[in-house]
Design a protein around this ligand. Structure first.
Ligand code: GDP
Length: 283
């Protein structure tokens, strides 16, 4: 953000110019308009109130204020997933195509690399046999077993059977991949909340494609209203998207973003770092 590198004092005039630039950068990064406006107002107030007698140049000071505020907005330090419970149950939610199945594999792989974890993947998409096959492909790639049963058409029964299978076979983590649809619909929401009620997951993750911009926020809200999920996974951050959805989602649902997906490979998973995302959003 070149405009912040100028010298001189922080005055109302140059703050006003600068905040306009910040707002533009946020909008370019796909941050919701209202949130971008609120954010720049906060920065403006903080900047004008700052004592310029610091070791930083005014430009640097503004940059720091913007970065700190953005980081804070996205939620402090990265948080892990709840792995208590025997087995610990992690329920994945999200629309079809968001990257749920891929991320289920990535998370299993990530947890498996911590030697004390022995995950089981459970395929609960009873509508698309191809989705079950896909989870098996993923499981084979990372050497993690997959529980599925194409004969069973009740996802609640499948989820319960998956958890029972994990208990019997010494798996201390179960990751349940659920069916997604192309848009939010009532049947999907009822189904996933029934699964939740049946298996009481310690962690419910909502997976969302970072490239879907404003839609990502609406979808997050719809899922959170029903599921009250614990955290967000932002996928496809390897693309051109600047990731403004991170800010919008955090502002709207107030749930931590826990992981990001940065590619199709099983290793393309990262714990979410708010300050790194702030840098990316600011461009
Ligand atoms: P699901 O329908 O929610 O289970 O989504 P999938 O896991 O099948 O993912 C949909 C598509 O997105 C697949 O082609 C994946 O390879 C791809 N995908 C998933 N995560 C990422 C990611 O982080 N980056 C990229 N570039 N592609 C991804």
């Amino acid at each position: 953000m070149h405009v912040l590198r100028g010298h001189g004092q922080i005055t109302e005039i140059n703050v006003a110019e600068t905040t306009k630039e910040i707002r533009r950068a946020l909008l370019d990064a796909d941050v919701n308009f209202k949130i971008a406006k609120e954010f720049t107002n906060t920065v403006k107030e903080k900047a004008i109130g700052q004592n310029v007698l610091t070791t930083l140049q005014p430009g640097q000071l503004l940059t720091k204020i913007v970065k700190d505020e953005l980081t804070q907005l996205m939620g402090g330090e990265a948080e892990g997933v709840d792995l208590q419970g025997s087995p610990a149950v992690i329920l994945m939610s999200g629309l079809q195509g968001s990257g749920k199945t891929t991320f289920s594999g990535k998370l299993a792989n990530f947890l498996k690399s911590k030697k004390t974890k022995n995950p089981l993947l459970v395929a609960c998409d009873v509508y698309r046999p191809a989705a079950i096959d896909q989870l098996h492909v993923v499981g084979d790639q990372i050497g993690v077993p997959v529980f599925s049963d194409k004969e069973v058409k009740d996802p609640v029964q499948l989820a319960k059977a998956g958890v029972a299978h994990a208990k019997q076979n010494g798996h201390n983590v179960v990751i349940i991949d659920t069916a997604g649809r192309l848009a939010v619909d009532e049947q999907m929401m009822t189904e996933i909340s029934n699964i939740r009620d049946a298996v009481s997951p310690g962690e419910i993750l909502f997976v969302v494609d970072a490239m879907t911009g404003q839609d990502a926020v609406n979808t997050a809200k719809a899922f959170n209203d029903v599921l009250d999920f614990d955290g967000v996974v932002l996928t496809k951050l390897d693309g051109d998207t600047r990731g403004g959805a991170a800010i919008s989602i955090k502002s709207v649902v107030d749930k931590p973003i826990k992981f990001i997906g940065t590619g199709e490979k099983m290793e393309a998973i990262d714990v979410f770092h708010p300050s790194r995302m702030a840098d990316r959003i600011l461009g």
